[in-house]
Unconditional design. Sequence first.
Length: 581
Amino acid sequence: MLRRKITLIFFLLTLLPLGILGIMVYERFSNTLEQNAVQSTQRVAIQIINNLDLLMSDLSRLSLSPLYDKSVLSILKKHSDSSKRFYRSAADNEKISMFLSALMYKRSELQGIHLISNDGNVFSHMDRNELRPWFDSNQENGWVDEVIKANGAAVILPAHTPTYYRFQHQDQHFGIGRLVRDPNTYTPLGIMKIDVKMEYMQELLSSIAGALVRVEDAQGRLIYEEGSLAEVFDRAAVELDTPQWLYDQDKKYLAIKHTSAESGLSILCLIPEDDILQESKQLGMVTLGFMLVSSMIAFGLSVVSSKQVVRPIEELKMSMERVQHGRLDERINIRRKDEIGKLAEGFNNMIEEINRLINEIYEKGLREKEAEFKALQSQINPHFIYNTLESINMLALEKDNYQISDMVTGLGHLLRYSTDHRKKMVQIREEVAVLKSYIFIMQTRLGERLEVEWDVDEEALDFLIPKLSLQPVVENAIIHGISSLEEGGRVWISIIKEDNCIRCTIKDNGAGMPDKQVKAITSNLARVDNNVQTRDSIGLWNIHRRIVLLYGRRYGLTIQSQMGLGTSVVITIPTMKEESN
């Protein structure tokens, strides 16, 4: 493989000086003609796109003007109810007409600037006889929905015929649309619509003589087209990194495309071959024959030269393969002063550095383990906390305060269970026992405001479950669902064995969650592999992630909730038991 590559390289390097004369001659008479045409057209196309970008940028800023005029915003607010039509007053119409007329000053390229209110009124600088009094978005070709979807951003509109013009202006236009929103409340008040005359585009494109031209927006929609070769345009309407030749029956065209990085507008030019190349075809045949003869000579030279280079490289490859299989004592004994010798020297140095790093990392790991051990030794002995709780329990019993004694006993049970890291998996009966301790503490706190109902399948208690899978879910149900309600609520806990799985359901009739929050939590659970979670669902996400990593995506946690009706969380795990010794 390597020898073939080197042979090819030598072949090409040898062929290059032999064929340089033919290339220079051909490039002089043919490529120069093509490049001149391409460069000239590209410069003009770039200038046209730059002019369009400037126009679109200017119109985009112009479409922001209503946001800075309080009187215009006030008038639009009067007509913000889309459910009914409210006839505009003459004074309001005059104010907006004067406002838009000022924007139209010295802008001969524009057909008109209009403000369309929510109730369908069309405010414009134009005479009423030139416009229809009401606007019906259903009669448009979809640009209204696009502007509304942009939510306040400027939208470039392709060629279309607006329905609000009367017959004398029912030509195609392109332009800018923007949703006008209240600056304080962001409530939509209407649409700012700026229409550009097609004559402006014709003036811009007049500098590209003899070429067929199409201008499109970022979505590939037509803004302007000059010429009748629709099929050729469609084939060329792909991303052209470089100019390409396209065919239409017996004719050939050079396709040149330039796209604006700012606005996404693109211009596509088709230049007939007859306008570019005329004399270079015969020269191309002569050059091709010269290159064939040169290639035969170059190939023979490349085969002989490649043998002297491949042998030491193959030795280097074999040494690298031995290192790949664990031979870190491998060294290369190539004694050369050229680049291959430097490569062998660098390889030997790399192996020595790898050995050094392995020893250094091993020693560093031992030091880190020792530091972790010392840090663990310096921590507070958890038995101190247990003994303290036991002392509190004894004092409560001496004072006949059995409620405090029961709460301390339950807290101690919770503490021992949560700090015992020896077991990652526990029987469901252990998880239920610690859950009852937690519920007892919460019922002591909340009193009659918290009711709990159990439905536990005795057959399910012997199966294993990841430790601390139920208590965080019940805690969420109590803290976020019930404790905030003055009248309290009820929690249902169900643990049922179904076929080859255990289904644990924690349901409450508390405050519930809005659909948006439920969708966000569900989305976070679906991205369990990305280690991404939000503050509202860290506990649920951790439980779900542990179950998915242990058992696969068939199992895990699902959630349903409605505002005011409560929340239901279902945990599904497979049936597994401890292995008997």
